[in-house]
Design a protein around this ligand. Sequence first.
Ligand code: DLL
Length: 447
Amino acid sequence: MPEFKVENRVWDAEETMSRDQLRACQLERLRSCVARVSAVPFYKEALARLGVGPESIRTLDDIRRLPLTTKEDFRRNYPLGLLAVPREQVVRIHGSSGTTGKPVFVAYNTADMVLWSNLCARFLVAGGLRPEHMVHIAFGYGLFTGGFGLHQGVERVGAAIVPAAAGNTNRQILLLQDLKADVLICTPSYALNIAEVGREQGLRPGDLRLRYGHFGGEPWTEDMRVRIEAELGIHAFNNYGLSEVMGPGVSGECAVQKGMHLQEDHFLVECLNPDTLEPVSVGEKGELVITTLTKEAMPVLRYRTRDIAWLDSSPCPCGRTTVRMSRVVGRSDDMLIIRGVNVFPSQIEEALLRVEGTAPHYLIELDRPGAMDEAKVKVEIRPQDFSDRISELRALKGRIEREIGIITGIHIEVELVEPHSLERAVGKAKRVIDHRQVRMSDGSSPG
Ligand code: DLL
């Protein structure tokens, strides 16, 4: 038995059901999910086109007969066209960035909210959370699923919550010191930022009373875990999820910390070659494609997450019987995650098109010199608008930054550059230079 870093506990009995029981449960739930999505015109048409229905699902492999869903499908059905229940039954809306200025909305009914809080409770308990703890949540509370999602999970476990929300790091440190939280919840990069600011204030590792941290919402590395654990004197756990299928709660690490347990009784997960859409072998890298087995308000069939990871089906000493996923090692599209916020290059383009005086030539530069991502967009000015007047250029820069802020939700610095100064590509334009150099490894490599 490997050494457990924290006491090994499970939240509910379903986490340890036998593989046979789990498969039977998935099959039954998949059939009812297919029946449920037929209430959505988009799925009704797609299923009719493929000639499939609940009765076509005889084995779990029949999932491959079902249609795929993409972010673009959410966009085409904006704002709530994928609802499978009457609007009156919706009790919560969340959202994430779309590829254009409009967010993608997701909806929950009462049963979904109960499920969501239980799924978050599962991975929080797996990573050390106990009712007697005090939990500091430094995620944004808003359309983003991170703040409210984790909040409900902690509440479900019965621990105390400090809903600090994101930003104002000095204040976060004050709260952590004075209220003596045991658990920190935020993005991994923000955890490092808190550690850095704390160090500047003269705090030493362990000065805060933190014992555990649950981090997710953006990619991070094993090296980053080592740094966070050393600088904050805590055990750092990874958890993964995405708005379209729920939010946080899709998977999370247990005390063994060798991959994130996918909550397979509620999500059927395929790992596909993103080009051929054929399944890859277990242990090989592929794109995760997720079907929600039990979500009611907005169920999704075979959602293409665009997240690249690999699966590990070997038994886990913690006793959970679910398959584990590796860290996310890449994306099969161009989505960037900047300070925890999903940003698409097309959103920057859209912002530029809204501002007079810029040419559609731009370059996004990303770096992470310290704990936090730094982002800058170089934008070419049109020759006719090229001006020697600093005040005019400053106003133009401000207009672009504002527009980018409105569309993406974060501040990105703009640097105006002379006409024709950005390199022109012969083929596809190069829009992003990412210097963040994150070594995406899980300690082990895929087969
Ligand atoms: O980020 C949900 C979440 C919030 C998960 C808080 C965990 C903690 P979205 O804003 O829709 O939802 O962004 C989803 O973020 O497709 C991944 O690319 C990335 N992502 C989320 N968690 C991780 C993680 C939330 N642990 C997108 N590691 C996903 C790597 C992650 N990437």
